[in-house]
Write a protein of this length. Structure first.
Length: 174
């Protein structure tokens, strides 16, 4: 599912509009935004609710990226954002939302040490800075909702969500 998007988990209109602004960014600006969110907001943005993510599923992918060259790391992260069909993007795409958040959290924590850092000459464009600023103004639940949505909309997968009751007119039976 390289070009289709998954069903949104965002329920608030301000958060949805902020996600739409994020989604309109280019690949490198999306990566920069994730970097700034995790670095600027520090501990207030956690990978997921305690116990909701499975480190045993996320850690191998975090460590695999750390083992690549800096150029390979950057290209692997870009492939995940673009939803390319690569090994890392496919494995990332098969994970649940909270595990995806944990992966980005792990990658952000390792940036500059084990993962390629933000280039010193990178200058974020106005939209990136404004989105980070607007994200800081959201309550915690809206922040997590937006980050979960960004993480969920990345990675290659062929799995699609089942049709909703509204789409089928039929209620699932037990």
């Amino acid at each position: 599912m390289t070009s289709e998007t998954q069903t949104s988990q965002i329920t608030g209109q301000p958060t949805d509009k902020l996600f739409q602004r994020y989604d309109a960014l280019g690949v490198d600006d999306k990566l920069a935004l994730l970097y700034y969110v995790y670095k600027a907001m520090g501990g207030s943005i956690t990978p997921a609710a305690p116990g909701a993510a499975d480190p045993a599923l996320a850690q191998p992918l975090i460590e695999e990226l750390c083992g690549l060259s800096e150029d390979e790391q950057l290209e692997a992260m870009r492939a995940v954002v673009r939803r390319d069909e690569t090994d890392i993007s496919r494995r990332y795409g098969g994970l649940a939302a909270n595990n995806k958040l944990l992966i980005w959290y792990g990658w952000a924590e390792a940036m500059g040490d084990h993962i390629v850092d933000m280039p010193s000459d990178y200058k974020p464009e106005g939209p990136v800075q404004k989105i980070v600023s607007d994200l800081k103004g959201l309550d915690f639940q809206a922040q997590i909702s937006l980050l979960r949505e960004t993480a969920t909309q990345m990675g290659y997968t062929t799995v699609t969500a089942p049709p909703t009751q509204a789409e089928t007119g039929v209620t699932d039976s037990l």
